[in-house]
Design a protein around this ligand. Structure first.
Ligand code: FES
Length: 371
């Protein structure tokens, strides 16, 4: 590499003795630092703000202002879509609605940032002066003189940027940035609404009440997936496990709540050998010949406790290995869960397994906000 090609910006020949040092683009090695600064002269690149006539500057100013206004419009469109459309008809359900929402939210947000970036780029390239800056290597601690010089440079830079001189740019930039600054606050809406008392109960409670109002003993258990009511004789083999839900849930729960209510009500039914079963005090009649029902929602952080070990009668949560004893009121015997899986009281009616009340305690992690 010849000396002419050394890494300096706008090099236009050697700098004279006593002239101020100029900006070096890139990071030369310490050994070359002083040599470069001593050898090269740096001046403002062509097309900088210093060399623009006022007419060109005004044209650039209008272009930048237009981009900022478009960025503002895109930001407003983002918020308007988020508040006005994405939550319509009770919220976003289904893949198509999610795709539509992602397209418009992502598109408007990307447009806002791109337009803002384009405006700032043109502003910097066309309107700001390209004043050379001295950058010297020095000790980490800065002396008072350097700090004063920095302050001076900062104030000069602020003045050179036109921020004070060009109120149109300043105002349109603030206008464009304001909605983007508020966007994260708007997203906090997803933290609400508060669940109030909805996490205290599951659909088992309502289903049992409805069944009792019809003169029945309780609500029948149906197999998750087939919705087939379960007879005691269908589940007579010790060591088996199956997931059940309350009968009629799909018809009784509004469509947009079915997933939520299913996630809360999901229950595991286990046939524990009666000889090994140790019913908790006061719950002696909550099982049917060793058939016992527990919430499937892990009391640690809510994963489905979906694994059952036939030989040990342990229920395992695959997320963090919490282990519950199915023979002993689903007490925690290992892992981070802090309390047993809630138990659902069972009985028999016309040969079918029925639940006679809701879970007596709230299901799921203890930290869930239950109102
Ligand atoms: S969620 Fe079950 S062990 Fe963590």
């Amino acid at each position: 590499m010849s000396d002419d090609n050394k890494e300096t910006a706008g090099s236009q020949g050697p700098r004279g003795e006593g002239e101020p040092r100029e900006r070096v683009i890139g990071t030369p090695s310490p050994a070359r630092d002083k040599a470069l600064l001593a050898e090269d002269d740096i001046s403002a690149p062509a097309g900088s703000g210093e060399q623009l006539d006022e007419q060109s500057a005004r044209r650039a100013e209008r272009t930048v202002a237009l981009l900022f206004l478009l960025a503002f419009a895109a930001s407003v469109a983002f918020i308007a879509y988020y508040i006005g459309w994405s939550g319509r008809n009770g919220g976003m359900h289904g893949i198509l609605r999610a795709q539509e929402s992602n397209f418009w939210l992502g598109g408007t947000m990307a447009a806002a940032f791109l337009l803002l970036a384009a405006g700032v780029t043109i502003w910097v390239r066309r309107l700001m002066t390209s004043k050379p800056i001295t950058q010297e290597r020095h000790e980490l601690t800065t002396d008072a003189e350097t700090r004063a010089a920095f302050t001076q440079d900062f104030l000069e830079g602020a003045a050179d940027s036109g921020l004070t001189k060009r109120p149109l740019l300043r105002r349109t930039l603030l206008l464009a940035a304001a909605p983007l600054g508020l966007a994260p606050l708007v997203l906090l809406r997803d933290l609400g609404p508060l669940p109030e008392k909805r996490l205290r109960h599951t659909h088992w409670g309502e289903a049992v009440e409805k069944a009792k109002a019809e003169g029945k003993k309780g609500v029948r258990l149906v197999v998750d997936g087939t919705h087939k009511p379960l007879r005691v004789s269908d589940f007579a083999t010790p060591g088996s496990m199956i997931t059940v839900l309350p009968e009629g849930m799909e018809e009784d729960v509004p469509e947009h709540d079915v997933l939520t209510e299913t996630a809360k009500a999901v229950t595991i039914l286990i046939n524990v050998p009666e000889s090994q079963f140790k019913p908790a005090e006061g719950r002696e009649n909550w099982h049917v010949n060793g058939i016992v029902a527990y919430s499937k929602v892990c009391t640690h952080v809510g994963c489905p406790a979906a694994l059952y070990e036939q030989t040990t009668h342990h229920i395992l949560c695959p997320c963090h290995q919490s282990t519950f004893d199915a023979t002993d009121a689903a007490k925690v015997i290992f892992g981070p869960a802090a309390r047993p899986l809630p138990q659902l009281p069972l009985s028999v009616e016309d040969g079918y397994l029925v639940a006679t009340s809701d879970f007596p305690e709230p299901i799921g992690p203890s930290f869930w906000e239950r109102g």
